[in-house]
Design a protein around this ligand. Sequence first.
Ligand SMILES: Nc1ncnc2c1ncn2[C@@H]1O[C@H](COP(=O)(O)OP(=O)(O)OP(=O)(O)O)[C@@H](O)[C@H]1O
Ligand code: SF4
Ligand SMILES: [Mg+2]
Length: 339
Amino acid sequence: MNMELHTPLLQVDDLHVEFGDPRDSLEVIRGVSLRVEAGRTMGIVGESGSGKSVTVMSLLGLLPKAGRVTAGTAHFMGQDLLELSERRMQSVRGGEIGMIFQDPMTALNPIMSIGQQIDESLRRHSPDLNRRSRHKRILELLDMVRIPRPDQRVNQHPHELSGGMRQRVMIAIAMANNPRLILADEPTTALDVTVQAQILRLLLEVQRESDAALVLITHDLGVIAEVADHATVMYAGTVVETGTVRDVFHRPSHPYTVGLLQSRLTLTTGERQELPTIPGQPPDLRLLPTGCAYRPRCHIAGSREICRTDRPPLNEVGPAHAAACFFSDELAPLQGANV
Ligand SMILES: Nc1ncnc2c1ncn2[C@@H]1O[C@H](COP(=O)(O)OP(=O)(O)OP(=O)(O)O)[C@@H](O)[C@H]1O
Ligand code: SF4
Ligand SMILES: [Mg+2]
């Protein structure tokens, strides 16, 4: 199937987000475009501060007060998420879009039992279910996320559960109303290393069973290689490369992607959770150079004038594969990328 000819489940175009007083604002998302296919998994990776969470928060209408979307569209199931009223957005969040964040303790309500919290979501988004059907569905969901003895656990409060169990509850809430899209922002980062893999496996299982699409933000390139269909690499509030995992890992077309992948190949498995570091400083958004934001760290820019003067657009470098570099074609395919 030609990916360009059909409508994706989510298509974000040229998203811009600013923080701060309009007279002294800082643009932190500087034209992000993303395309997520129904039922597929998109992995998003990029250094801390590159704009992964702010992008997702913008789509959900959950930006903090100081932040605002200044331009862009985000088409999802026939509507622009960025244009929705708060009322309609409340129905999409937890309804057609399920969310899983890094820290379940802050996302869960400490004074409500886990059963009540799932029930709240069912009552809001599935008003046709009566009390008995909701109770049945709650037990089903707890069972689906492999919480043992759901009939007893249903009355427990978040502090009575381990971090892994709490994240299972978050997954149950996210899946409660059969979402078409799950947005997961580092869903395992706050957990013990020993349970991270279990929770990720569980998330993928429930996603596959439900045929929902998944946007997975992670620092772990190995996870993207294993579970995602598509990968998007972000840098300084922009997308610098996007494509199928196979293309991005084997034919990286942006020097930043090359740097991430090359450093990953030299890491030992014990260090896999860390995003590889690239020589040079992560960008300060207030002091970005003119031209290409990656230039101070770029190993192929040399003294090329265009890298100093012009910002490289995200251009097609192959079918459904795009990169934001004027000299993509100089990058050789990467040997040894294990995909
Ligand atoms: N509430 C806020 N007020 C001001 N600036 C913010 C706020 N939240 C985020 N930012 C800025 O927006 C930019 C993008 O941040 P974001 O949280 O999206 O990064 P990230 O890619 O998710 O990083 P991490 O990997 O650390 O989670 C950063 O420069 C950050 O400082
Ligand atoms: S446009 Fe120039 S500076 Fe930017 S990544 Fe490509 S070669 Fe490097
Ligand atoms: Mg983040």
